[in-house]
Design a protein. Structure first.
Length: 240
DNA sequence: CGAATTTGACCTGCGC
DNA sequence: GCGCAGGTCAAATTCG
């Protein structure tokens, strides 16, 4: 019996064989009840472990936030507060040390349909697409946009689906708009200062947690450790 | 018909 | 110098 296909856990419960022997039937029914009880408790254990892991992931996310929002921990080349679209840098690399990362802002947007090839990100500005390229580290194409006010406005943006999570669009803004937003629709909300409502903050957190969980699931060491932990727990239970 | 998008070619920077 | 990868250009195509 596979409890969780994504984790590849197979509890391998011995099949129950019915016989014609009447006294044997009662024994078998008792045995089945025992096995059902065992299974239920195993499920509880797995569920508990899942909750523990999820709490751990949440804690890691909080620690990460502290690092990103504490200005004293910033170094040269680290993320500047965003301004291209009223947004800021967030999770992941805050830029290499090769060049100052001023005016470079990375934003994650959640999309409902990962198969949707339309990577339009509404951020209140009007953009003109001038190129598209498939990059080495990501099979989904990266789209290049210039602000439609170019060359008056030097801002560019790159939009690419996250390699970690197809539901996430990674938007990289370069430069600073020297004009007002064209539309009155909400700007992209940011981790540090622009998440206006708690609802949007929740959605943002959900996306980040999901991305991190996906990364953990893809990590063979993590899966191996998890399988070890669960199997040792089951063995301990059987020995009782 | 004009604006926006697509897409192959070209340019540039970097590592070897 | 060469090859690779990312970024940009511009002609062709699509769309409203």
């Amino acid at each position: 019996m596979v409890l969780d296909a994504s984790l590849g856990i197979d509890l391998n419960v011995t099949p129950f064989h019915k016989t014609d022997d009447t006294p044997q039937i009662n024994d078998d029914i008792n045995q089945m009840s025992l096995e059902n009880k065992k299974l239920r408790e195993m499920l509880t254990i797995v569920w508990d472990k899942n909750n523990t892991l999820q709490n751990h992931v949440n804690k890691l996310m909080q620690d990460n936030d502290v690092l990103l929002t504490n200005p004293n921990k910033r170094k040269f080349g680290e993320c500047e507060e965003g301004n291209a679209s009223g947004s800021t840098e967030n999770l992941h690399d805050c830029g290499s040390l090769k060049r100052p990362n001023e005016g470079i802002t990375r934003v994650y947007r959640r999309i409902d349909d990962p198969s949707d090839k339309n990577m339009v990100v509404k951020d209140g500005y009007h953009w003109r697409k001038y190129g598209q390229k498939v990059t080495r580290d990501n099979p989904s194409p990266r789209a290049y946009y210039k602000c439609s006010f170019a060359p008056f406005c030097p801002v560019k943006k790159k939009v690419q689906r996250s390699v970690e999570d197809a539901h996430l669009l990674v938007v990289i803004y370069e430069g600073e708009h020297n004009h007002e937003s064209l539309e009155k629709e909400p700007e992209i909300h940011t981790r540090n200062r622009c998440l206006n409502s708690s609802m949007e903050m929740l959605k943002f957190d959900e996306a980040l947690v999901e991305q991190m969980a996906n990364s953990l699931k893809r990590n063979p060491d993590f899966i191996e450790d998890l399988a070890d932990a669960i199997s040792s727990n089951i063995l301990e239970y059987d020995l009782l």
